[in-house]
Design a protein around this ligand. Sequence first.
Ligand code: AMP
Length: 288
Amino acid sequence: MRPLKLAIPNKGRLSDDAIRLLRRAGVHLRGSSDRKLFASALDGRIQVLYLRAQDIPSFVADRTVDAGITGLDVVREAGHGLDERLDLGFGRCRLVAAVPDDHPAREVADLADGVRIATSFPNLTRAHFAALGKQAKVTEVSGACEVTPMLGVADAITDLTSSGSTLLMNHLRPIGTLLESTCHLVTAPDVDPEVADELDRIVFALQSVVAAQDKRYLLADVPRAALDEIRAFLPGLAGPTVVELAGRDDWVAIQVVVDEADVYDAVHRLQGLGGKGILIVPIDRLVP
Ligand code: AMP
């Protein structure tokens, strides 16, 4: 049985987040921590290759690796028709069209035919303008796209943005979103049967980490009389688990998975109903 080869980004935030996510899924990488090229995990069942995020789709497509973790933006730009097996939730950004602040366009459709666009995403950009029935002169740049309007070599750009501060600093205003992107685990459509089981296992493990990320485990002691009301606002996955407290007929303990976004209000309401000893704990993995 050969190892499953998995490519992950070799530097920056995406690399750190991918390594953290794998670790939480139980895939601890060993070896070559300084000069990151390779690492192995699960007693050699998984071999990790550190590659440039932009190169990962091609290496997956030509079967150099069996799976890759990289941004959906570069996957779609490469256009190899890869299977987008799992949205990993991190590396969130948008590919936007942007124009200088003083440009009259409010949306992409306002741009005139013949508009000059600089971008590192020529394929996605051409496709987007073609779908709108617009003629655009698309020039590929490998970086620093945001300065091209100032240099007078482009009228508009398409570029990735997350906080928006780079666009703002360069006096650019977004006028439309071409793609919402997050990191995905991708594979070729036909996975080598020899590694298919291992691939299913790692997808399942990562899925359980992603599912747990915005969830918390809530434990509390509550008056038994308040249970019906609590069940109404804390449905959990299958209702809260209710545990009897020895020698306390009028009190029970509850355990329930809650959305992180609901924790703030839930604690307040539990306190209002007399809840005590309320604990909120993170969940590493959630396997329903
Ligand atoms: P911003 O936070 O909008 O100022 O983005 C800063 C720069 O980081 C942008 O110019 C993008 O090229 C890049 N960037 C932001 N988010 C991502 C991401 N998830 N993946 C790759 N590049 C990104």
